[in-house]
Design a protein around this ligand. Sequence first.
Ligand code: SF4
Length: 118
Amino acid sequence: MCTSPALETATDLVVSPQRCLSDDQYRSCAYYVDPAKLQEQRKKKPEYVRTKPCIVISGMTKEPKIGCEYAAVEKTEDGFFVVYCMVRGTYLTRWDVELCEKYWKECPFRHLEKKFSE
Ligand code: SF4
């Protein structure tokens, strides 16, 4: 699944494993968004870069408990819980959420955000 913030919703239609998993070719993808530019856009207008969550990979029936101040837990109209990471600028997958619940204090994204927002 591609969860690029350039897409309205996550999809596998644009995925090309050869390009996506390459060391540098992924930057040539039309859906690649420079993290620094994304960060700037998010600071200016946070909702501009928010995509819709893909329930298949991000929806949960149980409310997650994450101590991270950058995790926004939301409930969809269908009653699923989803988590938006304000640092990564995307909805997290269920697998990401499991890691955030356990290791949010060690999360490198959180550490970088705290470091550069001081
Ligand atoms: S990925 Fe890191 S910064 Fe984002 S919500 Fe999870 S713990 Fe927080």
